[in-house]
Design a binder for this molecule. Structure first.
Ligand code: C5P
Length: 234
């Protein structure tokens, strides 16, 4: 059963809540990321919680272990449901993040951003990369060893992660692009159906919904695609 998380990549709490109220019951899980958290702060999380929504706080923490541990504790106090740290922050940082978790918050480790393709990684790492999946798998394994609850990866890698790291390990897949929608800056993209079939727990969807002329209709198309698959529920 895969769940859609709508990424509230909007500039203010007003625009974010307008969208939330417009989508109503159709969306129960929202992502608050860097733009919205920087502009609207923790109050945004409270507003969503007051509307009975679950919150994925996508801050992609990546700093020294002590700093990340303290930020994780602060997020626990906000009662968010999911929080991201970067898997490449290293084992000590991941261990410190996990030890800091209190309550029901679940930590996801970002493996390799879905906006990076093999050409980008070849430039960053100064060696030829044809496929990011081995590196994603390596990062996912070390994240699991630290005790994080799951990872963020593209749908291209989800099936391998699922097989190697088990059915309880959470996998969130951004870079979701229904057929005919603009890829924007995303490179490792997949359709909603492909992401569900690969075994992703969460489909993180931003612009295909938020920038659509009718966000409710765009979300409904995604859900229909997911529901059409045998054994899936959007
Ligand atoms: O608009 P779009 O559907 O591309 O939004 C994807 C969302 O998922 C963005 O908010 C982005 O920050 C987030 N994300 C991502 N890739 C990751 C982790 C998070 O695109 N690896």
């Amino acid at each position: 059963m895969s769940e859609v998380i709508v990424a509230l990549d909007t500039p203010s709490s007003e625009s974010a809540l307008q969208l939330v109220d417009r989508l109503g019951e159709a969306a129960g899980y929202y992502k608050v990321g860097l733009e919205l958290f920087t502009s609207a702060g923790p109050a945004m999380v409270s507003e969503l919680k007051a509307r009975d929504k679950r919150v994925f706080l996508d801050l992609k923490l990546h700093d020294i272990p002590n700093t990340v541990a303290r930020a994780v504790r602060a997020a626990c106090d906000l009662d968010v449901d999911l929080l991201t740290v970067h898997a490449c922050g290293g084992q000590l940082m991941l261990d410190a993040a996990c030890e800091s978790v209190e309550g029901d918050l679940q930590l996801l480790a970002v493996t390799i951003l879905t906006s990076l393709g093999p050409e980008d990684l070849s430039i960053i790492w100064k060696r030829r990369v044809d496929d990011a999946s081995d590196e994603v798998l390596r990062l996912a394994h070390s994240a699991q060893e630290s005790g994080v609850h799951g990872v963020v990866a593209s749908a291209w890698e989800v099936a391998r992660i699922r097989v190697q790291l088990g059915s309880d390990f959470l996998i969130a897949a951004p870079g979701i692009r229904p057929k005919g929608t603009d890829h924007g800056d995303q490179k490792r993209v997949a359709s909603p159906a492909e992401a569900v079939e690969s075994g992703a727990d969460f489909l993180v969807v931003g612009r295909p919904v938020t920038q659509a002329p009718d966000p409710s209709a765009a979300l409904a198309v995604i859900r229909d695609e997911m529901d059409a698959l045998p054994g899936s529920h959007g």
